[in-house]
Ligand binder design. Structure first.
Ligand code: NAD
Ligand code: 44H
Length: 493
């Protein structure tokens, strides 16, 4: 079995496409924080497309990991010269696989933060991009305020020369470039947050302001933060995925990526120091990304939350099994059509009804094997950003709220940490202890879960919301998830 690395590329099977460009000749133009599955299925893939056409050869990526768990990515990518296999899985079982070559280097920040700062301070770096999860921006989802009390942020403020966080590292590089008379890089967020560029700007300016006001003014006035909508369902890589790559392509890849065929990226053209010709690789470069973002977050991402807790409590563990259950498909379509769509503006070039049905098809792709567990993780970073805005909008406009509210109640039921068979549920959430403690009180105090103002703001003061929420929660307790979902679909709840 051939290990995947630069030396072995020429010996790989003909079924596996490999970079047609000279990787030795690439120069690095982008530093990317959070090299996980998604970045490797999306941005790195778009750049690899360009490079295969002889373009963007000065925009190779230097990956950066800041979390302890990222050491594994460093080890794998170092051993593989930055190469990995991207396997695109169609619903009919067709595999389209290629080795992606656009990541040239990888730095693990905890080993040498200064090397990361120095890399970003070098003139050839013109973009710093991010997929550091919704929680990575460190703002309160209700107030939007940067959470200065975060101990890692406090560490970086006390020791600005050896920072730990994305904010500390990137801000130090902005300062160093400024001292050297170099123009700043653009900071490009690719996370699932509404106004992700604006949110990144707020967080970076707020962090800089905690250091000094002049630095904050410099970031605010000189660094550009394009907004973007990014989309491609990319599950967590499994050992079966590694085995499949060995079996089908005869190559030993320590960390391949599997994803669906669909991919979309709508991006604002707001770059201060150059950019690759993204539009030549299928990226939609648009003047205003907001309609695309709201469509994607409120239809796709919020539907993921709509299916995951009800799905888990109904005994499902794989997303396609949930989406193929007719009661679930009806529930998701009803949520999208009756509650999410009325909150959206028209989206240029997109028929929203077709988009909704296409989502059910995408969720139903059995080859991708996305897990319900992936969607249930870090809910406290997702529900307030994707679903609660739909509820608030409809409370203000007098629109329907029962289905979106039911999703919140299903999250509260899930966070009790025990399923309908009495088996433990493993809650993965940085707020797990607090959420679990509140959810465990709710059989006696039905509002316990939603009284957390950091997550729900003043929603628990809305009579209409509380009435819908308590009736669904009570049904979840008395009838269980599947019967509750069926009652919601039939309109009897
Ligand atoms: N997986 C998808 O289907 C998908 C699709 C569209 C967008 N996204 C976006 O990409 C993000 C990452 O998804 P993924 O599937 O690659 O996940 P992943 O777990 O494979 O990778 C996440 C990366 O972010 C890093 N990270 C997490 N918290 C961080 C923090 N506080 N500071 C710095 N780095 C941090 C992790 O260490 C890791 O490198 C999502 O949260 C989402 O915003 C994902
Ligand atoms: O990865 P997250 O945390 O943004 O959210 C979980 C999923 O909803 C998300 O990953 C989707 O699969 C993705 O946004 C599809 O493009």
């Amino acid at each position: 079995m051939l290990p995947l690395n630069a030396e072995n590329l020429s010996q790989l099977s003909g079924d596996l496409a490999v970079p047609s460009y000279d990787r030795e000749a690439l120069t690095t133009g982008i530093v990317h924080f959070g090299v996980g599955g998604f970045h490797r299925a999306h941005q790195a893939m778009y750049l690899d497309r360009l490079m295969n056409e002889g373009k963007a050869l000065d925009w190779a990526i230097c990956g950066v990991g800041v979390m302890p768990a990222d050491r594994r990515m460093q080890q794998v990518l170092d051993a593989q010269d930055g190469l990995y296999t991207l396997v695109v899985k169609s619903p009919d079982g067709t595999l389209d696989a290629r080795v992606i070559g656009s990541i040239k280097e990888y730095l693990f920040a905890p080993d040498d933060p200064d090397a990361v700062i120095e890399k970003m301070a070098s003139p050839e770096i013109r973009i710093v991009s991010l997929t550091v999860t919704e929680g990575g921006y460190n703002f309160n989802a209700v107030t939007g305020e940067f959470m200065a009390e975060n101990p890692d942020v406090q560490h970086d403020l006390a020791q600005p020369r050896s920072p730990r966080t994305t904010f500390g590292l990137i801000t130090a590089a902005i300062e160093r470039r400024r001292e050297r008379g170099l123009p700043p890089f653009t900071i490009m967020s690719c996370d699932n947050i509404q106004g992700n560029g604006d949110a990144a700007r707020r967080s970076f300016v707020a962090f800089a302001a905690l250091r000094d006001s002049d630095l904050a003014a410099y970031v605010e006035g000189n660094v550009l933060f394009p907004n973007s909508m990014v989309d491609r369902i990319t599950p967590v890589t499994t050992d079966d995925d590694r085995d499949d790559v060995r079996k089908h392509f005869g190559v030993d890849d320590g960390w391949p990526v599997v994803c669906e065929p669909f991919t979309q990226w709508a991006l604002e053209d707001s770059f201060g120091n150059g950019r690759p010709p993204w539009e030549d690789s299928g990226v939609q470069v648009v003047p205003d990304v907001e309609p695309y973002e709201l469509m994607k977050l409120r239809l796709l991402n919020a539907s993921h939350q709509a299916l995951c807790y009800f799905g888990y409590l109904s005994g499902y563990r794989l997303v396609h099994d949930v989406a193929r259950d007719p009661a679930f498909a009806k529930f998701l379509l009803a949520y999208m059509e009756k509650e999410a769509e009325p909150t959206l503006e028209p989206v240029p070039g997109i028929n929203l009804r077709e988009y909704q049905h296409q989502l059910i098809d995408r969720f139903s792709n059995a080859q991708v094997k996305d897990t319900v567990a992936r969607l249930c993780a870090e809910s406290s970073d997702r529900i307030p950003k994707w679903l609660l805005p739909v509820i608030r909008h409809n409370l203000d406009s007098g629109g329907d709220i029962i289905l979106a509210t039911a999703v919140v109640a299903s999250w509260a039921r899930y966070d009790e940490g025990v399923d309908e068979e009495g088996e433990p549920i493993e809650i993965v959430d940085r707020l797990r202890d607090k959420l679990n403690a509140a959810a465990r009180r709710q059989r006696e105090e039905p509002l316990a879960f939603i009284q957390d103002r950091d997550l729900f703001g003043d929603l628990a003061e809305s009579e209409r919301f509380v009435s819908a929420y308590t009736s669904v929660l009570s049904s979840l307790h008395s009838r269980g998830a599947k019967a509750t979902l069926e009652a919601l679909v039939s309109g009897s709840l």
